[in-house]
Design a protein around this ligand. Structure first.
Ligand SMILES: Nc1ncnc2c1ncn2[C@@H]1O[C@H](COP(=O)(O)OP(=O)(O)OP(=O)(O)O)[C@@H](O)[C@H]1O
Length: 281
């Protein structure tokens, strides 16, 4: 289970960022163009609340800059929120980040493997950091390397591997300690279809094992293919959410026709932007 309640985070912004945001918003440059933004701060996450349940896949769906990575990094205890609560498998992630990390696997698009270590050493190192016992390591390592088709590359240095292969090693490293909760931040971006499929399959396997899976994306097909639940995220807030079927069932146009997820997504974002435009001085 992942529970996120009223999460907030703002960043000090550079002059360059301020110029970009002012241009986007067509608002006076005194504001940074987002709710809660000031001349020097940008409210990246502005009161996010959602819950991801075990044995289900939850998609955080939002456009570029919505704040998805910031939320996920806070859940992964890599970034400290300004406010709010995060619970990971029953552990308060702010009070006890070490215990939360033990229950969590986090995968991003940038794999950051140790290039001079072999594929096996990278995975082993992560297992050692998590205190995985030798027999458990052997069993899980064999299962993962087999499932991901990386056995033949186990002894190769990570720096010599292709992007897709590196990502597969990173996947093995993410789940080698058998975490209850797995978080993927746009993990398929920039990958070829074969490598992307490996991640998609891993997400399905995690769900089948009863793990809680959270992934961020802006790709609708990934959501319809994988998600049980979703939250449409924009400007640091959840605009709409619930079970995928439920969200789609609510998405009906003025003629009573069902909208696609993409159409519903665009409608929600446009409505939020229009509301923001009206609220601006
Ligand atoms: N360390 C930081 N310092 C300043 N601003 C930041 C920082 N990290 C993120 N931001 C800003 O916060 C906002 C949300 O960024 P974030 O990366 O969380 O969005 P995202 O939804 O993951 O976007 P994308 O899909 O483009 O990766 C953006 O405007 C971004 O520029």
């Amino acid at each position: 289970m992942i529970e996120v309640v009223d999460l907030t985070k703002s960043f000090p912004i550079s002059r360059q960022q301020r110029r970009e945001l002012a241009a986007q918003s067509a608002a006076p440059s005194k504001t940074a163009g987002r709710p809660g933004a000031s001349a020097t701060n940008l409210q990246a996450v502005a009161g996010a609340t959602f819950r991801c349940r075990p044995g289900r896949v939850f998609a955080l769906l939002g456009p570029n800059g919505a704040g998805k990575t910031t939320v996920l990094r806070m859940i992964a205890t890599l970034l400290r929120p300004d406010g709010g609560r995060i619970s990971i498998a029953g552990v308060d992630a702010l009070a006890d980040p070490v215990a939360a990390r033990r229950r969590l696997g986090f995968l991003t698009g940038s794999t950051k493997l140790y290039e001079r270590l072999t594929a096996e050493e990278n995975v082993r190192y992560a297992a050692d950091l998590h205190g995985v016992a030798a027999p458990d390591y052997k069993r899980r390592r064999d299962a993962l390397f087999g499932a991901l088709g990386i056995e033949a590359y186990a002894g190769r240095r990570a720096g010599q591997l292709s992007t897709g292969m590196k990502q597969k090693i990173a996947i093995a490293r993410t789940v080698i300690h058998d975490p209850e909760v797995v978080v993927f931040d746009e993990a398929t971006s920039g990958l070829d279809v074969i490598a992307a499929r490996a991640i998609i399959q891993l997400i399905k396997d995690c769900r089948a094992q009863g793990k809680t899976v959270l992934f961020s994306t802006h790709i609708m097909s990934e959501v319809t293919m994988l998600a049980d639940d979703l939250a449409v995220f924009h400007r640091g807030r959840v605009l709409a959410g619930g079970g995928l079927e439920e969200v789609l069932a609510r998405a009906v146009d003025e003629h009573g026709q069902r909208r696609t997820l993409e159409d519903e997504f665009v409608r929600l974002i446009d409505a939020a932007e229009a509301e923001l435009g009206e609220a601006r001085p």
